[in-house]
Ligand binder design. Sequence first.
Ligand SMILES: C[S@@+](CC[C@H](N)C(=O)[O-])C[C@H]1O[C@@H](n2cnc3c(N)ncnc32)[C@H](O)[C@@H]1O
Length: 191
Amino acid sequence: MDKIREFFNQAAADEEHYPAAIDPRIWHVKLVLEQMKGCAKVADVGCGKGRFARLVGEQGSTVYALDLAEAMLAHVPAGIRRCAASMTALPLATASCDGAYATESLEHAVDIPAAVAELCRIVKPGGKIVIIDKSAEAWGRLETPEWEKWFGRRELEDLLRRHCRSVRSQPISYWEDVEPDGLFLAWFAVK
Ligand SMILES: C[S@@+](CC[C@H](N)C(=O)[O-])C[C@H]1O[C@@H](n2cnc3c(N)ncnc32)[C@H](O)[C@@H]1O
């Protein structure tokens, strides 16, 4: 885990590949905002620089931004609570959040079942969970560090079903009106 933390602490200086802001018209963002709407307390797990957290916070939620890399957290906007933590051991109480999401961070968790279990543990029964990540079917399309893992739809659905009562997934693209090209998948669960 030290190696992964160090990688992302250095990557924080790379604003081109790890930007601090995101266009709210991007489908990934619209889906997260839609699912987190009305959630009083939300966890952004593997938040990076907090580009999603900022928008979820603007929607009225109290957001807890959690990330392994302190240098990423240093960019999280003021007003959002931040904490250095691994997604396999989140410092939030069981059933304390109304919603939680992980965008392009689960792929770095290494112990994927443990990370999914944590994401679900902190959410209240009836609360919402969103995971956006890359599809195993597209593996090889981008350069990846050796620990990174991409997912099958069924694989993450099954992990989420261990903890959640309703689970679904769908392919997504950056823009809602553009046919998904197979790189990104979104999973939605209700605990
Ligand atoms: C590709 S970035 C995505 C950041 C953010 N979710 C976004 O979409 O802008 C992946 C993030 O996951 C974080 N990360 C990697 N492994 C982690 C772990 N075990 N626990 C928490 N965060 C982790 C990294 O530090 C990095 O900020």
